[in-house]
Write a protein that binds this ligand. Sequence first.
Ligand code: NAD
Length: 309
Amino acid sequence: FELERIGVHESVETVFPPSELAAYLDDLPAEVTVVGDDAAEITACDAVVTFEHRDAYLEVDWVHSIQAGVDRFPFDEFEASGVVLTNSTGIHDRWVGETVAGYLLSFARRIHTAVANQQDRRWDQPDWNDGFTLPGTTACVLGTGTLGSGVAEVLGALGVRVTGVRRSAEPVPGFDEVYATEDLLEGVSDADFVIVTLPLTEQTRHLVDAEVFEAMREDAYFVNVGRGPVVDESALIDALESDSIAGAALDVFETEPLPEESPLWDMDEVIVTPHCAAFTEDYFRAVGDIVRENVERLESGEPFHNRVV
Ligand code: NAD
C-alpha cells in the first residue's frame, strides 16, 4: 500500500503527548498528523499509531500499537480486513527492569514503609531483622522476552540470581537457570521474588493461580509487570491476607484503574503503581524509531518489524 498520511491517535496521550511523536516523525515521506475519534479523520489516514483500539482502524492499512501488549486489539477482524498490526515490543527492557529493581530494593531496604510513615510524620524505624540485601537472593522471572531479559539484566547487576520460566527449558542469556512452563511450580518454589513479565494470551490467562502462591515461600515477594489477567487476583489477595507470601508489587491489574474498593490499596506489604512501569521521557522516540524503520521497510518491500497480524 501507499503511505501518504500517518495519524497519531490522541489516545497515546496516556504515555506521551501525541504532538511530540508527530514532530519527531515530521521528516518522513508521509504527512504525520494528530487524529481524534472522528471516523472520517481516521479513515483519511493510511496508517495510525495508537494506544487504544478504534473500530475505524479496520479501514486503514496499518496500525501500530505504542504498547508491547496487543491483547485489546481484535486480531481476527484485522486479519479479515487485511489490516497490518505491529507492536512496540523490544523497547521496554531497561525501563521496566529498573522499575522492578526499585520494587525489590524497596522491599529489601524498607523504603515503602518509610514513605508510608512519612505521610503521617511518623519516625518509626524498622525492626532489626526486617531489612535484607539483594545479593544471594533468587528471582524467578516468568517470561524471558524483552521485559524478562531487561529485568534479568538489572537484577543480575544487583547480585540477584535470576531464573526464568518459558515455554521450553532452553537456556536464555542472562538467566542462571531456565524452567519450562510445565515446571512452573518447581521454578517458583525456592525463589525470594517471583516476577511476571508475560503477555496476556489464552495460555497465560490465570497461569498464576492459588497453586502457584501455595508453592511460593512464605517470605517471598510477588511482582506483576506483565498483564493483570495473567494472575488470578482473588487468589493473590487470599495469599497476601493469609500471609502465605510476604508481599507484592503490582503495576497491572485485572481491572484498571484498580477499583477504589480493592483491598490491595491498603496492604502494608503491597506496592501499587498505575500501569507505568515503562514510563520514561524517551518513550515517544523509541516508538518513533520503530515506526520509521517500518516506513523504510515498506518502501523497500521488506517485511514489517514487530508484525503481530
Ligand atoms: P516479548 O514478546 O518480548 O516477550 C514475551 C515472552 O513471553 C516471550 O519470550 C514469549 O515466549 C513468552 N511467553 C508467551 N507465552 C508464554 C507461556 N505460555 N509460557 C511461558 N512464556 C510465554 O514481549 P515483552 O516486550 O517482553 O512484553 C511482554 C508483555 O509485558 C507485553 O505483552 C505486555 O502485556 C507487558 N508489558 C507491560 C508493560 C508495563 O508497563 N507494565 C510494559 C511493556 C510490556
